[in-house]
Design a protein. Structure first.
Length: 212
């Protein structure tokens, strides 16, 4: 009987130690979750307001700061003649929407936008056709050279139009960065580029959850 009593006491001690150890582990795990940071995005803790801007979508509809309110906006700068990085980035946008399909509430509060820096070749109608080729909900807009320069300078977006060749064709150098604008219309984060939609979508969910 004493032997059994000693065994029971030992089992009780082991269980208590295991419980304490488990509690310590879970406490550290929760601490890590609280301190979790995005892997692929630079976050502005309090958001940075955007200067007033006005662009235009198809049918000459204005697209301005008010159109960013109430939604999380992935904002990209490119052009429809872009041979590589623009279609690649827009494809990543599609994959991000697929990743967010399990979080319908957040997906419904998200929009994906490209502002063209090449308005001479990209009409609003052409942009709409280009963007909806990737996804029916994607938004394309452009504006005057003055309007484009104003918003790109405000956001630190680089672009450069090269001289046309004998056929009138010209490439445009531009940043691959994607801006994440919060529902208050403030710049919340910047992705230097999006190469892994799983990571980008996870970072977005983390940023959105921490903003609540």
């Amino acid at each position: 009987m004493r032997r059994n009593s000693g065994l029971k006491r030992l089992i009780t001690i082991i269980a208590a130690v295991a419980a304490l150890g488990g509690g310590y582990y879970l406490g550290n795990l929760n601490k890590d979750l609280v301190q979790a940071k995005p892997q692929s995005a630079i976050v502005f803790e309090n958001g940075r307001p955007l200067k007033p801007f006005t662009m235009h979508t198809a049918s000459d509809s204005e697209f301005n700061n008010e159109d960013l309110l109430g939604k999380w906006s992935f904002l990209y700068f490119g052009y429809t003649f872009c041979p590589d990085i623009c279609p690649t980035t827009l494809t990543q946008f599609v994959l991000i929407t697929n990743r967010l399909s399990g979080d319908k509430e957040l997906l419904d509060k998200s929009q994906f936008i490209m502002f063209s820096v090449d308005p001479e070749r990209d009409s609003a109608e052409k942009l709409e056709a280009y963007m909806t080729h990737f996804h029916p909900g994607f938004i394309g807009a452009t504006g005057s050279r003055e309007a484009i320069d104003s918003i790109t300078q405000d956001l630190g977006v680089y672009y450069k139009l090269h001289e046309p060749d004998e056929n009138g064709h010209y490439p445009v150098d531009h940043t691959s960065a994607v801006m994440l604008v919060d529902p208050e219309g403030n710049l919340a984060a910047i992705y230097s580029s999006i190469t892994d939609p799983k990571v980008a979508a996870g970072d977005f969910q983390l940023i959105a959850n921490q903003a609540e």
